[in-house]
Design a protein around this ligand. Structure first.
Ligand code: SAM
Length: 247
């Protein structure tokens, strides 16, 4: 997904149909091995009891990579029954990997403040392609905020540059946001000499001008937004998403 090539990305039927034909594994954008240094930085493996939630997991091998890397429990949800059932079967011998069919816009089966980290690779992007994209995205972000513990992190891996994502994140909840970038994979291989140091955050000014100067026009990168829930910021949920307006 480089841009929204189809509105159907926001629809369960589309993904069910797709996963019925594609058994995978397939990872959008980046594989776990490429992002591991950043994941390890923001979700320290030393905390044995970390609970991690991967939203819109698809048939990606990302969560398997995390468990192989030492994470104790990775819960995965997806709106597609086809893919969650296939993944449950595939990993029936890996109790650290849990798969559930759930809509990220309504995760009421999960308690408030129950996860240390939420990982999203391509799922907010999918919702933003569909109908009512802004409303769906805000619903999703509100739910992600709710299920995170205080100081928990929402790690968003996306093709969306700050100009297309920052306002949405800032309008949803009072996140503390850091930005990292990683070069897009060429021929499936990670670059030996990356132009950007993955674990160094980039400056995020209000007008994003210094970032534009730094990255140049249309850089060949994926963006990783590290959004930390900080209850001490008081405001928490912004009023426009705290109220279910239905508009
Ligand atoms: C672009 S794919 C990314 C899959 C995987 N995260 C990866 O990185 O390879 C988007 C995924 O989001 C799922 N999805 C779309 N809308 C969803 C929703 N409302 N709730 C949960 N999952 C959703 C789709 O079924 C699909 O598996």
């Amino acid at each position: 997904m480089g841009t929204c090539s189809t509105q159907a990305y926001g629809e369960a039927w589309y993904w069910d149909k797709r996963y019925a034909h594609e058994s995978g594994p397939f990872d959008w954008y980046q594989k776990y091995s490429s992002l591991a240094p950043l994941i390890n930085l923001y979700i320290p493996r030393s905390h044995r009891h970390h609970r991690i939630l991967v939203v819109g997991c698809g048939n990606s091998a990302f969560s398997e990579g995390m468990v192989d890397d030492g994470y104790a429990e990775v819960v995965n949800i997806d709106i597609s029954t086809v893919v969650t059932e296939a993944m449950q079967k595939k990993y029936s011998n890996r109790p650290q990997l849990i798969y559930m069919k759930m809509d990220v816009r309504d995760m009421s089966d999960f308690q408030t403040c129950s996860f240390d980290a939420v990982i999203d690779k391509g799922t907010l992007d999918s919702l933003l392609c569909g109908n009512n994209s802004q409303q769906n995205a805000l619903k999703m972000l509100k739910e992600v905020w709710r299920v995170l513990k205080d100081k928990g992190v929402y790690i968003l891996v996306t093709y969306g540059a700050p100009i297309y994502r920052l306002h949405l994140l800032r309008d949803s909840c009072s996140w503390t946001i850091k930005l990292h970038v990683i070069e897009k994979l060429l021929l499936g291989e990670s670059s030996e000499h990356p132009k950007w140091e993955l674990t160094n955050p980039l400056p995020l000014d209000d007008d994003e001008s210094s970032l534009g100067t730094l990255l140049g026009k249309n850089p060949d990168v994926h963006y990783i937004y590290i959004c930390t829930k900080d209850d001490s910021l008081k405001a928490g949920l912004k009023p426009e998403v705290a109220v279910e307006s239905g508009t």
